[in-house]
Design a binder for this molecule. Structure first.
Ligand code: T3D
Length: 261
């Protein structure tokens, strides 16, 4: 993959970490970062990565749209087009990855930066992290999927409170509200994330990916349809080498060696 200006990419076995790397601007999202992130997600698929971690360099996870760069926009700006070409492919790209995606939230997450964290499957936050909707304070609508992810996680009333009042949500509250899976002290973030990422990257990747597909579809399916969909996906998982290995390892009383196929 070509070197990137705004991202750092590190591999640990089949786990990959993408680090938003504009720490002087709290990893705020400029045009270049969105396009590099789109390319980085395409590379994840191509390189057969089995777990992805998204994190930020420095003291922030991500402060959302780079508000310094919007000053350079001239004339009437096409926000809809900007979202469709810049942010939306990133969010749908994350959702389409049939591997676990973990946000390692190392500090503040605001605006579309928080949306990115919400677009991940699992979230581990440091105890000093805070979450700020930010959109409302500048007269915008939450975007990059936040109007869907937030009410699904916390319910409509809390989602609207977050969007309208805009008060920063501390990590402790985020945990209580189900916005993050785990809160750790800052010096434990790297190790906790590595442990989860290694476990997931050496798991039965096909079954893990199909589980994500099934649970995502469940939002829109009536029960009968979902039961049928589970049966269909089990038909695929049951044909994998990892399923046979899992059963064999159980019989042999040993740890299974999953290859992700
Ligand atoms: O425009 C479109 O294309 C549509 C898409 C929209 C998507 C969006 O994300 S809209 C929302 C954009 N984000 C925000 O409105 C967040 C603005 N920032 C903040 O509210 C706060 O900075 C934070 C809550 C993120 C952090 O607060 P704090 O107190 O920890 O830090 P700070 O002192 O406010 O900021 C530190 C520096 O980072 C400061 O720079 P300076 O003064 O030291 O040179 C600040 O200007 C800079 N910074 C923070 N956020 C951004 C930023 N620079 C550019 N863009 C930012 N979003």
């Amino acid at each position: 993959m070509a070197a990137m200006d705004t991202l750092r990419i590190d591999d640990d076995g089949a786990a990959r970490t993408i680090t938003l790397n504009r720490p002087d601007d709290l990893n705020a999202i400029n045009d270049e970062l969105t396009f590099e992130l789109q390319d980085a997600l395409k590379a994840v698929r191509k390189d057969r990565v089995r777990c992805l971690v998204l994190t930020g360099a420095g003291r922030a996870f991500c402060a959302g749209q780079d508000l310094k760069s919007v000053q350079d926009r001239s004339g009437p700006f096409d926000f809809a087009e900007a979202l469709r070409t810049r942010y939306n492919p990133v969010v749908s790209g994350l959702a389409a990855l049939e591997i676990p995606v973990i946000a390692a939230i190392n500090g503040v997450a605001a605006g579309a930066g928080w949306s990115l964290a919400l677009a991940c499957d699992l979230r581990i936050a440091v105890s000093t992290a805070k979450f700020v909707s930010a959109f409302g304070k500048i007269g915008l609508v939450p975007d990059s999927g936040m109007t869907q992810t937030l009410p699904r996680l916390v319910g409509m009333a809390r989602a609207l409170e977050i969007a309208w009042l805009g008060d920063p949500i501390p990590a402790k509250t985020a945990l209580e509200w189900g916005l993050v899976n785990k809160v750790v002290e800052p010096d434990a973030l790297a190790e906790t994330t590595r442990t989860w990422a290694r476990t997931l990257a050496t798991g039965p990747t096909k079954g893990i990916g199909l589980t994500k597909r099934a649970m995502s579809a469940a939002w829109n399916n009536p029960l009968d349809q979902q039961l049928d969909y589970e049966a269909q996906l089990q038909g695929i998982a049951g044909q994998t080498r990892d399923y046979r290995e899992g059963v064999q390892a159980f019989m042999d009383k040993r740890t299974p060696e999953f290859l992700g196929e």
